[in-house]
Each structure stands twice: as C-alpha cells, then as structure tokens.
Design a protein around this ligand. Structure first.
Ligand code: ZN
Length: 190
C-alpha cells in the first residue's frame, strides 16, 4: 500500500549511502537471478526449487496454488509434506487472463508423467479461484488423478497469504471435491 511505500522511502532516505547501494545491488541481483522452477513454476534462483529437489517431500501429492506467496503461506504451517504447482495467476476473463496465460501446460505435463496420485486445488476462494478450480477439476479428472479442493476455514474472498496457519490447516484437512463446493449434491447421489 501507499503507506508502506512511504515508510520504505523514508527508511531508505535515512540509510547510509553504502547501505543503500548494497540494497540496490541486492534488488538488481534478485531481478536478474530469480526465475521460475522448471518443475513447479514457483520463483527460485535455481533451475529446480528446493522443494521439488527434496527427496523428503511426497512427490505424489501436488498442491496447486496461485502464487509463490500462497506456497510460502502453506510452507509456514510446517504440516504439508507434498509438493506444489504454482499457476502464477488465476483464470480471470474480466482482466483477459485465460487458461493459456497461467501455468497449466506445465501442470498437465507433470500429471502425464504418472508420478502424481493426488492434486489439492488451493486456489483462492473467490470468483477467479473457483473458476480456476472448476477448470482444473475438468482437466485433471480424465487423467485418473484424484482431485480435491481446500474447503471450510478459508473465508470467501480471502487471500491465502494473509490467513493464519491454523485456518489454512483446517481448510487443507477438510478438502472436498471441487464440484460439491457451491452446489452440494444430495447425499447418496455422489
Ligand atoms: Zn519447484
């Protein structure tokens, strides 16, 4: 926000010159060295991010999130041991963001490799996140991969990065099929 920007600007103005140069170098180096993980598409300074490269993670479970900030939010829970896929956005027709504009091709490629057994859709709960979740369900189901959606606990319209760990965990543990989220089917039908 503008308040934070102003605070940062005053902070920088009060810093010694050499520290400011150091900070500027760090920003430039981040911009030049950070790219997308060639597996999960999160931001990283390596070809493969540390999570994708780890043999301690369960590579058969993939949580799909919108941004690297959402990934970081789930990592802070210390309870999720699977891996991620970062879409770098959500389907948003009003802003002209279509299925080709987010990292879906990369996800399908991972699913076709056969290693992934379950996908947890953790896009934000809101119009764009829900549309993306529905699209993902229709995309993933024919591939024979189990797909679920984070559920209760996350407020509608809430950005995942601002939600506390307990709420995120409740949402993760209470996940349901994406189709049942908004229009629950009568019991026994499913
Ligand atoms: Zn990765």
């Amino acid at each position: 926000g503008s308040k934070n920007a102003q605070r940062l600007a005053f902070h920088v103005l009060n810093m010694p010159g050499d520290q400011v140069r150091h900070l500027a170098d760090a920003i430039i180096s981040a911009k030049e060295n950070v790219n997308y993980c060639s597996c999960c598409c999160t931001l990283t300074d390596k070809d493969i991010c540390p999570i994708c490269a780890s043999d301690k993670r369960d590579h058969s479970t993939v949580m799909v999130v919108e941004t690297s900030r959402d990934l970081a939010a789930y990592e802070r829970t210390n309870q999720y041991n699977g891996v991620y896929h970062v879409l770098q956005g959500a389907i948003d027709p009003m802003k002209g963001v279509g299925v080709a504009d987010i990292r879906l091709k990369e996800l399908v490629k991972r699913l076709e490799s056969g290693e992934v057994k379950e996908v947890i859709v953790a896009t934000n709960l809101g119009v764009e996140g829900d549309a993306t979740a529905l699209y993902l369900r229709n995309l993933i189901k024919p591939l024979g991969v189990k797909v679920s959606r984070i559920a209760s606990g996350v407020p509608v319209g809430g950005d995942l990065e601002y939600i506390d760990e307990v709420t995120l965990l409740r949402a993760l543990n209470g996940r349901i099929a994406p189709s049942n989220q908004r229009n629950p089917e009568p019991k026994g039908k499913a």
